[in-house]
Design a protein around this ligand. Structure first.
Ligand code: ACO
Length: 153
């Protein structure tokens, strides 16, 4: 498959939030709304279809977080996720932030591998984050996801 690795674009006001994609990375629309509304949503399009997305959310004057990143199932393992993470890093730099944060569940082995492979370092654990904030137990790779592993670049 030939893909054009152009820049993403900011979702404009009035455009539909691509919940279907965002729900690949988070559990409920309510939780997604809690950061999507105050964040910047960047979309990656191919043949007029949104196939990738990430949300940047400012934490403080020096720190910005990738709250959600997702690639359409049919387009995974093609390097788009890596492209989006590198682009988010570039955008964070250009905006003047010193630190880019990303968090994922303790069971998200593939994501933990990918994030570290492209330069994020584990800096902390939000203990019981998924137990305290999500209505039902979440399993990934057969592992109960209790904690959020925080990584930084
Ligand atoms: N199994 C093993 N390794 C994998 C897999 C897999 N299924 N998918 C990706 N990887 C690793 C590999 O090392 C891969 O490199 P390689 O293909 O050269 O071996 C590397 O990740 C990069 O893969 P990409 O093709 O760049 O990533 P992709 O476009 O597939 O996007 C993403 C990765 C965004 C995690 C995608 O799988 C996805 O949307 N998953 C569902 C949503 C999700 O879990 N989002 C992250 C949650 S955390 C958060 O949002 C902050």
């Amino acid at each position: 498959m030939t893909l054009n690795y152009t820049q993403t674009r900011l979702l404009e006001k009035g455009e539909q939030i691509p919940y279907e994609l965002l729900l690949l990375a988070d559990e409920t629309i309510e939780i997604i709304d809690s950061y999507a509304k105050g964040g910047e949503i960047y979309i990656f399009e191919h043949n007029s279809q949104i196939i990738g997305v990430y949300i940047l959310y400012i934490l403080d004057i020096e720190t910005i977080e990738i709250k959600n990143i997702a690639v359409h199932k049919d387009y995974q393992r093609l390097g788009i996720g890596t492209h989006l993470l590198n682009e988010a890093t570039q955008r964070a730099k250009e905006k003047g932030f010193k630190t880019l944060v990303i968090g994922t569940a303790n069971g998200a082995i593939k994501q933990l591998y990918l994030y570290q492979k492209i330069g994020f370092e584990i800096t902390g654990i939000r203990k019981n984050f998924f137990v305290d904030n999500y209505p039902a137990p979440i399993y990934e790779n057969g592992i109960l996801c209790k904690h959020m592993i925080m990584l930084e670049k």
